[in-house]
Design a protein around this ligand. Structure first.
Ligand SMILES: [Zn+2]
Length: 426
């Protein structure tokens, strides 16, 4: 979150990557699952033994869920000491992570020589107390060897199978500690405990405002992944974020039970505590709102409603530039009508345009909530979602939805909103 040009780069990248997963714009980030393998396999040429390999992979996931180190160690090849050491270190770093499920599914396998297999797998996990649906999986690959007592994991074959290293997770970068409040679950490296504590209390503080604007919201704990630095985030999501602005929400899949997570750069977060006291609390409220809204969004949702609502919950409201332009009779660029286009926030190419767009979004949602009642923005979002497949011209759709939910067409709404901003009530 932040009205900086940098966030637009993030949004732009997100939009290019995964429109399907991220229906409306905003400062959210979506990382697509890896979809291509470096080498192809056909089902017809699969060697036998897939069931045994899957049983081993299932046992690996179960050992991680049950924190059964002895069982976990028994699945590793004693003839591959480096890999075994690395896996046990990983196990220890994950020992406090409350996995509800850790699913490794065999996608395909080859047996380049008898007794050695390369298994392509998909990996996904859920956290106890958090979203119950498995997210879109990551892909990785293992080398396995057959020993007297069955197949054993003997190496990481991701580079070979995928053409690149597997995605780096928080636990690849060090031990992971977990701290849960009433609404978020912070996962962090022990050095970032102060950030985790502050985030958990800020998340709890944001909740009453969130349920006021989003009545009826009930959500499991939202995972917040706290990285030490921008460099660690770049490792975990290579090439996805050129710039980093403190916090971003990421959709974990299109189904409501897959939910989303929030990613935080602790170094920047700590700097922001000093540079802009209070901003971090707004940021977490803003990003939590994005996670709540993921299932409410559609391809036709005007993004100003989403960004404005996220800022409304966060408590962010800047109006100076907007009021000045309106008072001077300047044409707004972009105007609120342009911010109804689904990709409007990705198309903003200057810091000033972005600042203005957020000021419009913020004041429009404040106007909506104050004039039409708490929760009315959510009613609009739901009506857009309901009409997602109408194939109506966007401008006409916006007018019809506003008319049906508020009893006011869009241009009338725009005029009233302008007067509201000029009156200084925003
Ligand atoms: Zn946002």
């Amino acid at each position: 979150m932040k009205r900086l040009k940098t966030i637009l780069l993030i949004c732009l990248l997100a939009a290019l990557g995964t429109l399907a997963l991220l229906p409306a714009g905003g400062c959210t980030v979506s990382i697509p699952p890896d979809t291509d393998w470096a080498t192809r396999t056909s089902a017809a040429t699969q060697p036998a033994g897939g069931d045994e390999l899957q049983a081993l992979l299932t046992a690996y996931g179960e050992a991680l869920v049950k924190k059964d180190r002895a069982r976990f160690a028994s699945l590793l090849d004693p003839g591959s000491p480096d890999f075994t050491r690395q896996q046990l270190q990983l196990f220890d770093r994950m020992k406090d992570v409350p996995f509800a499920q850790y699913r490794i599914a065999l996608v395909s396998h080859t047996e380049p020589q008898p007794g050695t297999a390369i298994a392509k797998v998909s990996v996904a996990w859920t956290l106890a107390g958090s979203f119950s649906g498995l997210p879109e999986p990551d892909r990785t690959a293992f080398t396995l060897v057959r020993r007297q007592d069955g197949w054993k994991l003997a190496g990481d074959a991701t580079q070979q199978a995928l053409g690149k290293q597997r995605n780096v997770a928080l636990w690849d970068q060090g031990p992971v500690a977990v701290l849960s409040g009433g609404h978020i679950m912070a996962l962090y490296h022990p050095g970032q405990e102060a950030t985790a504590r502050q985030l958990v209390s800020e998340g709890d503080a944001a909740w009453p405002r969130l349920t006021q604007a989003l009545p009826g919201t009930s959500l499991p704990l939202i995972p917040v992944l706290i990285f030490d630095s921008k460099a660690q985030i770049d490792q975990a999501f290579p090439g996805k974020w050129q710039e980093w602005t403190g916090g971003a929400a990421r959709m974990l899949g299109p189904a409501p039970d897959q939910g989303g997570e929030i990613i935080v750069d602790s170094a920047l977060y700590r700097q922001t505590n000093t540079a802009s006291p209070g901003y971090n609390g707004k940021m977490i409220g803003h990003e939590m709102t994005h996670v709540v809204l993921f299932p409410e969004q559609a391809t036709v949702t005007p993004p100003f409603l989403v960004e404005g609502l996220a800022d409304f919950v966060g408590g962010e409201k800047q109006t100076a530039m907007l009021r000045q332009k309106l008072a001077a009779g300047e044409r707004l660029s972009p105007g609120l009508d342009e911010l109804c286009q689904p990709s409007a926030f990705q198309a903003l190419l200057s810091t000033e345009a972005a600042d203005l767009a957020y000021e419009e979004a913020d004041t429009a949602v404040i106007y909506l909530e104050q004039t039409y009642g708490n929760g009315r923005t959510l009613d609009l979002l739901r009506e857009f979602k309901r009409r997602e497949h109408d194939h109506t011209d966007q401008k006409q759709l916006v007018d019809e939805v506003f008319r049906s939910v508020l009893g006011t067409g869009f241009s009338d709404f725009e005029n009233r909103w302008t007067r509201f901003v000029l009156s200084g009530n925003a």
